[in-house]
Design a protein around this ligand. Structure first.
Ligand code: FA5
Ligand code: MG
Length: 391
């Protein structure tokens, strides 16, 4: 990395967390650190669609406490342990999570990171909104920074005798949760095609995901479930008397449906043709300025470094390393990254991957020259920074 700066930022008057990009325990690339520094937050800037949808959801939950200025830099204990996520869970790996200081401090990967803390502070019905960070796929509905809203509701169960069967309680809480979220979908979209899909989260049981039909496919918009009693106990509740539901929804995904925004990168646009289309608090359909042509480039490599005699590296290569590298070079000009071919050489036993990179700007036509230059940089960086051999 060519930066020596230790960034400081503050989203909450009480905290200022430094990010030292130089630290070997930090895997945050500069293009992500820059975004962490961006204040005010998109969801606090009318007429941004994320701001409008946040407010529209909040009006559906009157009486809830609204929390939206928690520091995105959190202890791993809050992001993982407090939610009963096991020590060896893949979501904790450096290839999935951005660490400020591995393994103790990370960029929150979900707003669930604040559940226990807020419960302990006495919030019983709350919505918590924030920017969250993940090393993830690159396509029209995945972005390394996105926004979630957490919802939690703690129930005081009826006196013993009327509802003393815990199984039955879980069912009633789950029913309330589903009804609430179906009501929310109706409140946001009117009639829309939805389906519930069974899921697993360590912190809820049972757990579900809600999907909405959008652009000819099912798109997952939220995860939810009945909170594990252990979490309520850790917050000081007697779980013979209390139970809770929780959900975490992806604000971009919902806003894409509501405003007909075709690509998640648009939320980060600074183009006035984007911003000028929206009015504070109003829901209007996004008019694409024009669809500029995409350009596809393939890159193939052996996922080990024969020169270094390191055949074990194949096991260590993770596509998220490539994704971050691509965003570093191409920023939001990278529309999608897709593994299109993979094979193992029968003689050398080496593994080859071929990725197709889609370049496309949301607001202008790209020139061949420009893309060739980017692709050249991409190849350079791949061979210098990843433990692989270009083909
Ligand atoms: C979670 O993050 C859970 N914390 C949700 C939860 C909360 C479950 C409370 C139970 C109780 P998941 O990883 O599925 O779950 O993400 C939740 C939502 O975030 C997804 O449904 C999707 O709408 C959105 N999302 C996930 N990854 C991305 C991404 N890379 N870009 C944009 N949105 C995303
Ligand atoms: Mg999910």
């Amino acid at each position: 990395l060519n930066t020596t700066a230790a960034f400081s930022f503050s989203t909450d008057a009480s905290t200022t967390s430094p990010i030292n990009l130089e630290s070997p325990n930090c895997n945050i690339p500069p293009h992500i650190a820059d975004r962490v520094l961006l204040t005010p937050k998109l969801y606090q800037q009318p007429p941004h669609p994320l701001c409008t949808i946040k407010e529209k959801i909040e009006t559906f939950f009157p009486g809830f406490d609204y929390v939206d200025s928690k520091d995105p830099i959190v202890k791993s204990t809050a992001n993982f342990d407090s939610l009963l996520i096991p020590p060896d869970h893949v979501s904790r790996s450096k290839s999935d999570t951005y660490y400020v200081d591995h393994p103790d401090v990370c960029l929150r990967t979900h707003t669930s990171a604040h559940q226990l803390e807020l419960l302990k502070q006495g919030h019983k019905e709350f919505l918590c909104t924030g920017d969250v960070y993940r090393r993830d796929d690159i396509d029209k509905s995945h972005y390394p920074i996105f926004h979630q809203m957490e919802g939690v509701k703690v129930f005081d169960l009826l006196p013993e005798g009327t509802m003393s069967d815990p199984e039955q309680n879980v069912e009633l809480v789950m029913e309330d949760l589903k009804k609430t979220l179906e009501g929310l979908a109706q409140h946001l979209f009117g009639p829309v095609e939805c389906r519930w899909v069974e899921e697993y989260f360590p912190f809820t049981h049972p757990s579900l995901e809600l999907e909405i039909w959008y652009q000819d496919d099912w798109m997952e918009v939220l995860g939810c479930g009945v909170m594990q009693p252990k979490i309520l106990q850790d917050a000081g509740y007697d779980t013979t008397k209390h139970q809770a539901w929780a959900f975490g929804l992806g604000l971009e995904r919902l806003a894409m449906v509501l405003f007909e925004i075709p690509d998640i990168r648009l939320f980060w646009s600074q183009d006035e043709r984007f911003w000028n289309q929206f009015q504070p608090g109003e829901i209007t359909k996004f008019q694409p300025y024009s669809k500029y042509p995409p350009c596809f480039k393939d890159v193939s490599f052996w996922v080990d470094d024969a020169a270094a005699g390191d055949h074990e590296a194949a096991k260590n290569f993770h596509v998220n390393e490539l994704n971050d590298l691509l965003r570093q070079v191409g920023g939001d000009l990278i529309e999608a990254v897709e593994l299109v071919d993979q094979f193992t050489h029968p003689k050398t036993n080496r593994e080859s991957h071929c990725y197709r990179i889609t370049y496309r700007s949301m607001d202008r036509s790209l020139t061949n020259q420009e893309i060739d230059a980017l692709q050249e940089q991409v190849r350079d960086k791949i061979s210098n920074q990843l433990n692989v051999e270009l083909r």
